[in-house]
Ligand binder design. Structure first.
Ligand SMILES: Nc1ncnc2c1ncn2[C@@H]1O[C@H](COP(=O)(O)OP(=O)(O)OP(=O)(O)O)[C@@H](O)[C@H]1O
Ligand SMILES: [Mg+2]
Length: 310
C-alpha cells in the first residue's frame, strides 16, 4: 500500500493531549523536506504551528506559509458554518445572523452541519483545481484533527448531515467528502497514542469505529512518549545486589529503587505496545523527549525518526 505521504489527505487523531499536533507538525516537516507541497490544518484557533516557526498565527481560514513547501491553516468550525449560512442567506450580514440566534438555532438543529462545512473546506484544499483561482495546490493535506470523539463526528458528517440535505450543492459536496474519506487511494488515517491503558483503549475503539463507519482501518499508530528500556535482566539483578543490604547507604538504595521504577514503567509501556500489535496494527514509536515545551528542533528530531518508517 502507498505510504501515508503519497495520498492527498492524512487524518491524524487520538486521545486529547497525546501529541497529535506535535506529530502533525513533524510529519508536515518531513513531507515538506521530501519536496511535497504540504499544508497542516489545525481545527479551532490554536495557532500552534505558526508558533513553532516563530510566526504570528494568521486569521482563521487563511493559508500561511511556514517554510519551503510547508503551509498551515486553521479552520474554525463555527465560523465556517456562519460563512456558509451567510452565502445561503445572500445579504444577511454575519453579525445579524450571529445576533439573531438563527445561527445557534441552526447549529443545534442540524447535527453534522458545522463538521461537514469544515470537511468541505479541507476537501477543497486537496483539490488540484482550487476554487479561488490564485490559490496554490497541495500534494498533501495533513489534518490535525480534534480528539477521537469529535474527529469521528467530522468524519461521519457526510452521512449525518447528508441525510438531512439530500439534494442541492451541499449534497454533492458531501458526496465528494465521503469519497475522499472512504477511498484508501486518496486518504489515510493515523492514530497518535501514548503507551497507557486509556490511550490504547481509545485507539482500539477508534480503529473499530473507522471500520464500521467508513470501512477504513488505521494505517498506523504512532505511540508517542515512549521511554527507553535501559537495563537487561542481568543488569537489573546486579543493580538489586548493589543495594541489597539494610546497611547500604541511603543514596544507593534510592538509586536502586529509581532504576527499578524506570524499568517497570518502560516495561509497562512495552505491554501496551503489545496490545496494539496483537490487533495487527502497524505500530511506530516516538521517544519521550525531555523538554519543558517542544520546539522546532525537537519536532525536526521526531520528523527524522519517523522518516525511516513512513
Ligand atoms: N515525544 C514527546 N516528548 C515529550 N513531550 C512531548 C512529546 N510529544 C508531545 N509532547 C508535549 O506534550 C504536550 C501535548 O502535545 P500536543 O499539543 O502535541 O498534543 P495534542 O494531542 O495535540 O493535544 P490537544 O489535545 O491539546 O490538542 C505538549 O506540551 C508537547 O510539547
Ligand atoms: Mg493539538
Amino acid at each position: 500500500m502507498a505510504s501515508v505521504l503519497e495520498r492527498k489527505l492524512l487524518v491524524i487523531t487520538g486521545k486529547g493531549g497525546v501529541g497529535r499536533t506535535t506529530v502533525a507538525a513533524a510529519i508536515g516537516v518531513l513531507a515538506a523536506d521530501r519536496g511535497l507541497r504540504t499544508i497542516v490544518v489545525e481545527v479551532g484557533a490554536q495557532g500552534r504551528l505558526p508558533g513553532l516557526f516563530a510566526l504570528a498565527p494568521p486569521a482563521p481560514g487563511v493559508e500561511a506559509q511556514l517554510d519551503e513547501h510547508l503551509w498551515t491553516i486553521s479552520i474554525d468550525p463555527d465560523r465556517a458554518l456562519l460563512e456558509w449560512l451567510q452565502k445561503l442567506g445572500g445579504r444577511i450580514s454575519g453579525r445579524m445572523l450571529a445576533a439573531s440566534g438563527t445561527f445557534q438555532y441552526f447549529a443545534a438543529a442540524a447535527p453534522g452541519a458545522k463538521e461537514l462545512v469544515s470537511m468541505i473546506k479541507i476537501w477543497e484544499l486537496t483539490q488540484g483545481e482550487r476554487w479561488r483561482r490564485r490559490a496554490g495546490s497541495y500534494d498533501l493535506v495533513i489534518l490535525d484533527a480534534p480528539a477521537t470523539g469529535h474527529a469521528l463526528g467530522m468524519l461521519r458528517s457526510p452521512h449525518t448531515f447528508g441525510a438531512i440535505a439530500r439534494v442541492g450543492p451541499i449534497a454533492a459536496q458531501a458526496e465528494s467528502v465521503r469519497e475522499l474519506l472512504e477511498d484508501p487511494a486518496q486518504s489515510s488515517y493515523v492514530a497518535v497514542a501514548q503507551a497507557t491503558e486509556m490511550a490504547v483503549a481509545e485507539t482500539l475503539e477508534l480503529h473499530d469505529e473507522l471500520l464500521s463507519q467508513l470501512h477504513r482501518e488505521l494505517d498506523a499508530v504512532l505511540v508517542n512518549g515512549v521511554l527507553p528500556l535501559r537495563f537487561t535482566a542481568s543488569e537489573l539483578q546486579r543493580i538489586d545486589q548493589l543495594g541489597g543490604g539494610a546497611d547500604a547507604p541511603a543514596v544507593v538504595r534510592a538509586s536502586m529503587l529509581a532504576a527499578r521504577s524506570v524499568h517497570n514503567r518502560a516495561r509497562f509501556q512495552r505491554n501496551q505496545l503489545a496490545r496494539l500489535r496483537r490487533r495487527e496494527l502497524k505500530v511506530l514509536t516516538i521517544p519521550f523527549l525531555f523538554a519543558a515545551q517542544l520546539d522546532l528542533e525537537a519536532v525536526r528530531k521526531i520528523a527524522a525518526q519517523l522518516s525511516r518508517k513512513l
